[in-house]
Design a protein around this ligand. Structure first.
Ligand SMILES: Cc1ncc(C[n+]2csc(CCOP(=O)(O)OP(=O)(O)O)c2C)c(N)n1
Length: 671
């Protein structure tokens, strides 16, 4: 079949093999333009997929762009959600949306989220981004189709690295068990993943034999030969009694010579020069209106900028980071503090590090980089968070000091049962790094923004949880957790550069809060504040307290500055870097001394706020004393694509939002 009018059953348009080849080439061009306009995103795997996408969306799948929810349509499930830009040009070319709109990719409120969201864009069947889930969704859809007597097919698109997720094989078993011949899986076998070649990261081959032994029909094609692809799809549709998988051999970065077979292009967009060179190589310079498209993206962004600015709380002047002549701050990503600590301490022979195919960007690779003598204590585990978590427990049982890390959401949610039973119940000494925490992955969107991880991590008996506020505190916290603290431990840090507000001399004591007080406006932001251990601090009867952790500590400090400048209020900022065990004494003293408590967390409200409110309600010291409270944090919603700082504003977790709330509470206090 092909693009069909669901009302009449007539074919709207069919493409010849030559036309499909040309469309795939054009789609590669649009793919690179949208990635360039976004300034982030996945080039390599979208280019390797594009012939498959053209064949499927323009020729093979039976669907109607004017009626995207047509009950009889074929379903296309993008298990590899990071290839969203290819999906979007597929939809654009098939007529589900305007191809010119895809350049709003990864921008705030765009329908073209960093990872696909079916509630935003018609034609997207399900939301994805956490690898390894699409085949299971396909099984559910295939069984539902059988129940309803429907004849449509479910195509499921996956990567070869993705095969490392155990869930894929659970689904493969189910599809075979139920003889789901309405499933046609396609694997983009480009042999690369983030950390390098699949065979080196964690071998998944021989896929042919594996799928065959699971009871699947296996077809193998050159994924860049349009005729072979189309024939394989047609053949797959005719197979009865078992699911079919098409193994498509491809080249990552296909079509752009400097991207082909280069692992570094996995999650990188082309800049303008690279875009021009790529389009020239593909013969598309004259065929794609690059300037117009990039302008469209810029205009969209300008509109978002205006709307966001209008929504921000207003003060006497702009207090945003580095907007004035004084109070200048340096920023660096907290993740680098984690890597530094691993590099410094890694010679301890007990330490073993487990890689989960995101090693460079979370800096766990600093453990072995330039230190070949440590190579035998580095274990690449592939994209397999669940198994690696239990493996870490095994290492710990044998007296090793295992460290593992990935995106905080995949490192705390996907493997939660393994953390709970394998690690926490056994009280094993494992350091779990929740990297890229909070909104710091920005344009990747909601699937990748960890905004719930601290609920689970704090809720587990035996687990300790630390959320350092800057690069220096992350280094100190890692030093401590790695070599001194024994037991299950979770450290959460960020991807984006955030303000540096501590130095070598700033105290860091596990389980003990710091009090931070604004003393005087200074050239450098950090110099304007004095920091002491809460236990060494004498009450100054401040007007209010802001209790914060992680990157919200600098925001709380900036809020203290705004409150002093515009309203004359004195603020006690409490840095609660250790969330569990929390420094109860410091929290209760702040409430008793100031009577106003605002919690600030870059997380769904509650990880910090509810712990604090639990302490306040149970404290005998506070019986009969009024304490006015409020919580700044994410208000029970998912994030969105957008730059990390845009998300800080959009989710209302900036210093301005804290200060606005403080002014509200101070009015109540004064009554
Ligand atoms: C559960 C989960 N863990 C980690 C990631 C981060 N991640 C995104 S893409 C990717 C590599 C995927 O490799 P592969 O399936 O081979 O795709 P391709 O190389 O074709 O892009 C990883 C680890 C993720 N999205 N989901």
């Amino acid at each position: 079949m092909a693009l069909t009018d669901s009302a009449t059953g007539k074919v709207i348009r069919d493409y010849s093999i030559e036309q499909l080849k040309d469309a795939a080439n054009m789609m590669r061009g649009y793919d690179l333009v949208e990635l360039c306009a976004a300034g982030s995103g996945h080039s390599g795997g979208t280019l390797s997929m594009m012939d498959i996408v053209a064949a499927l969306y323009l020729h093979v799948a039976n669907h109607d762009p004017k009626n995207p929810n047509w009950p009889d349509r074929d379903r296309i499930i993008w298990s590899a959600g990071h290839k969203a830009p290819a999906l979007y040009v597929g939809l654009g070319y098939a007529g589900f949306c305007d191809i010119n709109d895809v350049v709003t990719l990864r921008k705030l409120h765009s329908r073209f989220q960093g990872h696909p969201h079916w509630l935003k864009l018609p034609g997207v069947e399900v939301s994805s981004g956490s690898l390894g889930q699409g085949l299971s969704i396909s099984v559910g859809m295939a069984l539902a189709a059988r129940l309803d007597g429907k004849k449509h097919k479910i195509f499921c698109l996956m990567g070869d690295g993705e095969k490392q997720e155990g869930q894929v094989w659970e689904a493969a078993m189910e599809a075979s068990h139920y003889k789901l011949d309405n499933i046609i899986a396609v694997i983009d076998v480009n042999r690369l993943q983030i950390d390098g070649w699949v065979k080196d990261v964690m071998e998944v081959q021989p896929l042919e034999a594996k799928y065959a032994s699971f009871g699947w029909e296996v077809l193998r094609v050159n994924g860049h030969d349009m005729k072979q692809l189309v024939d394989a799809f047609e053949k797959a549709k005719m197979i009865v009694g078992k699911p079919v998988v098409i193994l498509a051999d491809t080249i990552k970065g296909k079509g752009v010579s400097f991207m082909e077979n280069v692992a570094g292009w996995h999650g990188k967009p082309p800049n303008r020069e690279e875009l021009d060179a790529a389009l020239k190589e593909m013969g598309l310079t004259e065929r794609i209106p690059v300037e117009k498209l990039l302008d469209r993206a810029k205009n969209y962004q300008a509109g978002q900028d205006r709307e966001l600015a209008a929504k921000m709380p207003k003060f006497s002047r702009d207090f945003w980071w580095n907007s004035g002549d004084t109070m200048k701050v340096k920023m660096e990503p907290t993740r680098k503090g984690f890597g530094k600590s691993l590099a410094n301490n890694g010679s301890d022979e007990r330490i073993v590090c487990l890689g989960l195919d995101i090693s460079g960007s979370i800096t766990i690779s600093d453990f072995y980089t330039g230190k070949p003598e440590r190579a035998n204590r580095w274990f690449s585990m592939g994209i397999a968070e669940q198994s690696a978590t239990s493996a870490a427990a095994g290492f710990a049982r044998e007296g090793k000091l295992p460290v593992l890390g990935s995106y905080a959401t995949f490192m705390s949610a996907r493997n939660l049962d393994q953390i709970r039973v394998s690690i926490c119940y056994g009280n094993f000494n494992v350091l779990i790094a929740g990297a890229h925490g909070g909104v710091s992955v920005g344009p990747d969107g909601a699937t990748h923004q960890a905004l719930e991880d601290l609920f689970a991590m704090q809720g587990l008996p035996n687990m300790s949880a630390v959320v350092p506020c800057d690069i220096e505190e992350t280094r100190k916290a890692t030093d401590y957790l790695l070599l001194q603290h024994v037991g299950p431990k979770y450290i959460r840090f960020a991807r984006e550069a955030t303000p540096i507000v501590t130095d070598e001399k700033t105290p860091f004591v596990f389980g003990k809060a710091n009090v931070i007080r604004l003393r005087k406006e200074s050239a450098n932001f950090a110099d304007a504040f004095e920091t002491r251990l809460a236990s060494d601090y004498n009450n100054e009867s401040e007007d209010l307290s802001i209790l914060a952790c992680g990157p919200m500590v600098p925001e709380a400090m900036r809020a203290a500055f705004i409150l002093k400048q515009d309203f004359g209020y004195e603020t006690r900022v409490l840095n609660l870097h250790t969330l569990k065990p929390i420094d109860a004494e410091a929290v209760i003293s702040a409430a008793a001394d100031t009577g106003v408590i605002i919690t600030a967390e870059e997380h769904q409200i509650g990880a910090l706020a509810w712990r604090v409110s639990g302490l306040l309600t149970e404290s005998k010291q506070l019986y009969g004393k009024p304490v006015i409270t409020a919580a700044i944090g994410v208000k029970d919603r998912f994030g969105d694509s957008g730059s990390p700082w845009e998300m800080v504003k959009e989710l209302e977790v900036s210093a301005e939002h804290i200060a606005q709330k403080a002014v509200e509470l101070m009015k109540i206090k004064k009554k």
